[in-house]
Design a binder for this molecule. Structure first.
Ligand code: HEC
Length: 136
Protein backbone atom coordinates (compact mmCIF):
# COMPACT_ATOMS: atom_id res chain seq x y z
CA UNK A 1 0.00 0.00 0.00
CA UNK A 2 2.72 2.48 1.03
CA UNK A 3 4.84 1.58 -1.98
CA UNK A 4 1.90 2.34 -4.22
CA UNK A 5 1.55 5.83 -2.73
CA UNK A 6 5.24 6.53 -3.17
CA UNK A 7 5.08 5.33 -6.76
CA UNK A 8 2.08 7.54 -7.49
CA UNK A 9 3.75 10.54 -5.91
CA UNK A 10 6.91 9.97 -7.93
CA UNK A 11 4.84 9.75 -11.09
CA UNK A 12 2.99 12.97 -10.31
CA UNK A 13 6.22 14.80 -9.49
CA UNK A 14 7.83 13.45 -12.62
CA UNK A 15 5.07 14.63 -14.89
CA UNK A 16 5.09 18.07 -13.28
CA UNK A 17 8.80 18.37 -13.99
CA UNK A 18 8.20 17.34 -17.58
CA UNK A 19 5.34 19.79 -18.07
CA UNK A 20 7.26 22.74 -16.63
CA UNK A 21 10.29 21.90 -18.77
CA UNK A 22 8.27 21.86 -21.96
CA UNK A 23 6.69 25.19 -21.11
CA UNK A 24 9.90 27.02 -20.22
CA UNK A 25 12.18 25.52 -22.83
CA UNK A 26 11.97 27.18 -26.22
CA UNK A 27 14.52 26.88 -28.97
CA UNK A 28 17.27 29.38 -28.23
CA UNK A 29 17.80 29.94 -31.94
CA UNK A 30 14.24 31.16 -32.35
CA UNK A 31 13.98 34.93 -32.38
CA UNK A 32 12.81 36.19 -29.02
CA UNK A 33 9.43 37.65 -29.87
CA UNK A 34 8.34 40.67 -27.85
CA UNK A 35 4.63 41.51 -27.73
CA UNK A 36 3.67 44.79 -29.44
CA UNK A 37 2.57 46.27 -26.10
CA UNK A 38 6.13 46.11 -24.80
CA UNK A 39 7.92 46.98 -28.03
CA UNK A 40 6.09 50.28 -28.18
CA UNK A 41 6.08 50.93 -24.43
CA UNK A 42 7.60 54.26 -23.45
CA UNK A 43 10.34 54.25 -20.85
CA UNK A 44 8.95 56.67 -18.23
CA UNK A 45 12.40 56.96 -16.64
CA UNK A 46 14.50 57.49 -19.77
CA UNK A 47 15.61 60.95 -18.64
CA UNK A 48 15.73 60.27 -14.92
CA UNK A 49 19.17 60.40 -13.36
CA UNK A 50 19.83 57.35 -11.20
CA UNK A 51 21.57 59.25 -8.43
CA UNK A 52 21.20 56.37 -6.00
CA UNK A 53 22.81 53.97 -8.49
CA UNK A 54 19.89 51.56 -8.28
CA UNK A 55 20.53 50.20 -11.79
CA UNK A 56 24.21 49.60 -11.13
CA UNK A 57 23.55 47.96 -7.76
CA UNK A 58 20.86 45.59 -9.03
CA UNK A 59 22.86 44.75 -12.15
CA UNK A 60 25.94 43.89 -10.07
CA UNK A 61 23.88 41.80 -7.70
CA UNK A 62 21.69 39.89 -10.14
CA UNK A 63 23.03 40.11 -13.69
CA UNK A 64 26.80 40.38 -13.79
CA UNK A 65 27.36 36.73 -12.76
CA UNK A 66 26.18 35.77 -16.25
CA UNK A 67 26.35 38.94 -18.38
CA UNK A 68 29.67 40.11 -16.95
CA UNK A 69 30.59 43.28 -15.08
CA UNK A 70 30.78 45.29 -18.31
CA UNK A 71 28.05 43.42 -20.17
CA UNK A 72 30.45 41.42 -22.34
CA UNK A 73 28.59 38.16 -21.70
CA UNK A 74 31.55 36.78 -19.77
CA UNK A 75 30.32 36.49 -16.17
CA UNK A 76 31.60 33.58 -14.07
CA UNK A 77 28.41 31.58 -14.59
CA UNK A 78 28.27 32.14 -18.35
CA UNK A 79 30.63 29.20 -18.85
CA UNK A 80 28.18 26.84 -17.17
CA UNK A 81 25.29 27.71 -19.48
CA UNK A 82 24.22 26.09 -22.73
CA UNK A 83 22.78 29.31 -24.10
CA UNK A 84 25.17 32.03 -25.22
CA UNK A 85 24.71 34.98 -22.87
CA UNK A 86 23.71 38.22 -24.53
CA UNK A 87 26.45 40.85 -24.87
CA UNK A 88 25.18 44.32 -24.07
CA UNK A 89 28.07 45.86 -25.94
CA UNK A 90 26.65 44.69 -29.29
CA UNK A 91 24.69 47.01 -31.51
CA UNK A 92 22.25 44.24 -32.50
CA UNK A 93 21.25 43.94 -28.84
CA UNK A 94 21.38 47.65 -28.01
CA UNK A 95 19.25 48.72 -30.98
CA UNK A 96 16.16 47.20 -29.40
CA UNK A 97 13.57 49.48 -27.83
CA UNK A 98 13.72 49.94 -24.05
CA UNK A 99 10.36 48.19 -23.73
CA UNK A 100 11.82 45.03 -25.32
CA UNK A 101 14.55 44.95 -22.69
CA UNK A 102 11.92 45.50 -20.04
CA UNK A 103 9.92 42.54 -21.35
CA UNK A 104 12.87 40.18 -21.71
CA UNK A 105 14.40 40.96 -18.31
CA UNK A 106 11.18 40.49 -16.39
CA UNK A 107 9.81 37.52 -18.35
CA UNK A 108 12.98 35.55 -19.12
CA UNK A 109 13.31 32.40 -21.20
CA UNK A 110 15.45 29.28 -21.09
CA UNK A 111 18.54 30.07 -19.04
CA UNK A 112 17.73 33.75 -18.72
CA UNK A 113 15.76 33.95 -15.46
CA UNK A 114 12.69 36.19 -15.29
CA UNK A 115 13.11 38.90 -12.66
CA UNK A 116 9.45 39.79 -12.24
CA UNK A 117 9.33 38.79 -8.56
CA UNK A 118 12.92 39.55 -7.64
CA UNK A 119 12.72 43.19 -8.79
CA UNK A 120 9.06 44.10 -8.22
CA UNK A 121 9.33 47.91 -8.08
CA UNK A 122 8.58 49.62 -11.41
CA UNK A 123 11.18 52.38 -10.99
CA UNK A 124 13.92 49.89 -10.04
CA UNK A 125 13.10 47.85 -13.14
CA UNK A 126 13.55 50.81 -15.47
CA UNK A 127 16.77 51.75 -13.71
CA UNK A 128 18.09 48.29 -14.59
CA UNK A 129 16.99 48.80 -18.22
CA UNK A 130 18.75 52.19 -18.27
CA UNK A 131 21.89 50.66 -16.82
CA UNK A 132 21.94 47.87 -19.43
CA UNK A 133 21.49 50.53 -22.14
CA UNK A 134 24.46 52.45 -20.76
CA UNK A 135 26.80 49.45 -21.25
CA UNK A 136 27.10 49.89 -25.02
C1 HEC B 1 21.83 32.62 -15.09
C2 HEC B 1 22.43 33.56 -16.04
C3 HEC B 1 21.75 34.87 -16.29
C4 HEC B 1 21.43 35.85 -15.37
C5 HEC B 1 21.62 35.82 -13.86
C6 HEC B 1 20.85 36.94 -16.14
N1 HEC B 1 20.82 36.64 -17.46
FE1 HEC B 1 20.13 37.79 -18.97
N2 HEC B 1 20.42 36.32 -20.31
C7 HEC B 1 21.00 35.10 -20.01
C8 HEC B 1 20.99 34.27 -21.21
C9 HEC B 1 21.52 32.85 -21.31
C10 HEC B 1 20.37 35.03 -22.24
C11 HEC B 1 20.05 34.60 -23.66
C12 HEC B 1 18.66 33.98 -23.62
C13 HEC B 1 18.12 33.55 -24.96
O1 HEC B 1 18.46 34.16 -25.99
O2 HEC B 1 17.32 32.62 -24.98
C14 HEC B 1 20.03 36.32 -21.62
C15 HEC B 1 19.38 37.33 -22.29
C16 HEC B 1 19.14 38.58 -21.76
C17 HEC B 1 18.56 39.69 -22.49
C18 HEC B 1 18.04 39.65 -23.92
C19 HEC B 1 19.09 40.02 -24.90
C20 HEC B 1 18.60 39.81 -26.32
O3 HEC B 1 18.91 38.78 -26.91
O4 HEC B 1 17.88 40.66 -26.82
C21 HEC B 1 18.53 40.76 -21.64
C22 HEC B 1 18.05 42.17 -21.95
C23 HEC B 1 19.07 40.30 -20.38
N3 HEC B 1 19.44 38.98 -20.48
C24 HEC B 1 19.21 41.10 -19.25
C25 HEC B 1 19.52 40.60 -17.98
C26 HEC B 1 19.48 41.40 -16.77
C27 HEC B 1 19.21 42.89 -16.72
C28 HEC B 1 19.75 40.56 -15.74
C29 HEC B 1 19.73 40.88 -14.26
C30 HEC B 1 18.54 41.51 -13.73
C31 HEC B 1 20.03 39.24 -16.31
N4 HEC B 1 19.88 39.32 -17.67
C32 HEC B 1 20.41 38.13 -15.58
C33 HEC B 1 21.52 34.70 -18.80
C34 HEC B 1 21.37 35.38 -17.61
Amino acid sequence: MKKQIVKTLALVAGSFALISMTIVKTNQNDPWEVPEKYRTMKNPYSNVKDSEKIGYTLYTQYCSTCHGENGEGDGINSYLLETPVAKFTEESIQSQPDGSFFYKIFTGRNEMPGFEYIIPVEEDRWMVVNYVKSLK
